[in-house]
Ligand binder design. Structure first.
Ligand SMILES: Cc1ncc(COP(=O)(O)O)c(C=O)c1O
Length: 405
């Protein structure tokens, strides 16, 4: 159950009580305990990690490492497999850079046509550099990847299979564990990479169950602050990768001809991390746990399902909703309205304090496949209500009437 007074937990509504926020897939609003955790760090500790020997520095390091433990429990893995990054994009780029030595001419990397640029461009650049092939698995009508379709793309020269757990445009969850199992049955050496940017905090994610080799997500999409993300990597594979960036906080000996580096995960954390945001992410996971991820998933999916039904009722044949399922399994709904550019929809709704997203949602290849220049997207979270859907529908009716005159 979502607590009735949950909006009170989000201070932005004190400042913007009229705002209808329907863009949580871009970034989620931030609950008070997360803001508090960030500010507590600056007010009470404000020290660096892994360096100082005075009490606030030692406490900061201990708390920072305890967040790593916390995240590993949340994902059902171990703390030496958790790397702090800036966001999903950085985690995926880290992988593409450090896996480069393993890719040779004639190899291939498999992704899907659903991917966000963050899980497309790093692999595109890597294959181009190495003379490898980038293979793109098509999606089903509902916006998911069928494990059997993936079968015909993976072969003995496939080095990496990277795909998103939930598309940021269709919002349909993929059957991650079956896709991973299918790919590994075809080629046991394949490395599987999951872009979980839209999944963490929105559905159950259990790394043991998914059995993926890598997974990346961003704190800001699951109620955390901006500036912190997580890269999970299986310990043995992570340990075999070279550092991504080099600098302070990850060196054992730098004087030798060949410097030596700390073990994972610290080897991948050169320079001072965004410590305050790491503490904020800890509070965000507490917030998620206090509601329960299943309850969040059910609530967001229910709002999206209601939105689909009300949009269809209000706009009939003039609305095209991506994904044919009326029953939704995430909070994301993308659509186009006949004769009105999605940018116009978003701008006019924005003038009425209804915040939605319009464009290609950093998924240009997907929009090419769909032959659409842009789509409008609404995405629901725990602070949304049925009234938000009604405001959206009223707003869209106004947009339409402006274009009819
Ligand atoms: C599926 C998906 N992957 C990756 C990203 C990139 O996230 P970030 O900008 O936080 O790195 C996004 C952001 O919208 C996303 O939706």
């Amino acid at each position: 159950m979502i607590p009735e007074n949950i909006r009170k937990e989000f201070p932005i509504f004190d400042n913007r009580p009229e705002m209808t926020y329907l863009d949580s897939a871009a970034t989620a609003l931030t609950p008070a305990p997360v803001i508090e955790a960030v500010s507590t760090y600056y007010r009470e500790l404000s020290a660096n990690v892994g360096r100082g020997l005075y009490p606030t520095a030692e406490e900061t390091t201990a708390r920072f490492e305890s967040v790593r433990e916390r995240i590993s429990r949340f994902l059902n893995t171990s703390s030496d497999e958790i790397v702090f990054t800036r966001n999903s994009t950085e985690g995926l780029n880290l992988l593409a850079a450090t896996l480069a030595d393993r890719i040779e001419e004639g190899d291939n990397i498999v992704i899907t046509a659903l991917e966000h640029h963050s899980n497309f461009l790093p692999w595109k650049r890597l294959t181009k550099r190495c003379g490898a092939e980038l293979r793109i698995v098509p999606f089903e009508k509902d916006g998911s990847i069928h494990p059997d379709t993936a079968r015909s793309f993976v072969d003995s020269r496939t080095k990496i299979f990277a795909f998103s757990a939930i598309s940021n445009v269709f919002g349909t969850p993929n059957d991650v564990s079956t896709i991973v199992r299918t790919a590994k049955a075809l080629n046991p050496d394949i490395l599987t990479v999951i872009d979980a940017a839209q999944a963490i905090g929105h559905m159950q994610v259990d790394i043991q169950e998914w059995n993926c080799d890598f997974l990346a997500f961003s704190g800001h999409k699951c109620f955390g602050p901006t500036g912190v993300g997580i890269l999970f990597g299986k310990h043995d594979i992570l340990s075999s990768l070279p550092p991504y960036q080099v600098g302070g906080g990850m060196v054992l000996d730098s004087t030798a001809d060949e410097p030596t580096y700390m073990d994972v995960p610290h080897r991948f954390e050169a320079g001072t991390p965004d410590i305050a945001s790491v503490f904020g992410l800890d509070a965000a996971l507490d917030f998620i746990d206090s509601i329960g991820v299943d309850a969040i998933h059910a609530y967001e999916s229910e709002l999206a399902t209601q939105a689909v039904s009300k949009l269809k009722k209000a706009f009939g044949d003039s609305i095209h909703i991506l994904g044919f399922n009326d029953r939704r399994e995430s909070g994301i709904v993308s659509f186009t309205l006949e004769g009105i550019h999605p940018h116009d929809i978003a701008q006019i709704l924005g003038e009425r304090d209804i915040c939605i997203r319009a464009g290609e949602h950093c998924a240009t290849p997907l929009h090419h496949v769909l032959s659409l220049p842009a789509t409008a997207r609404v995405s629901f979270s725990v602070y949304n209500t049925e009234e938000d859907i009604d405001r959206l529908i009223e707003g869209l009716k106004e947009v339409r009437s402006l274009f009819e005159n």
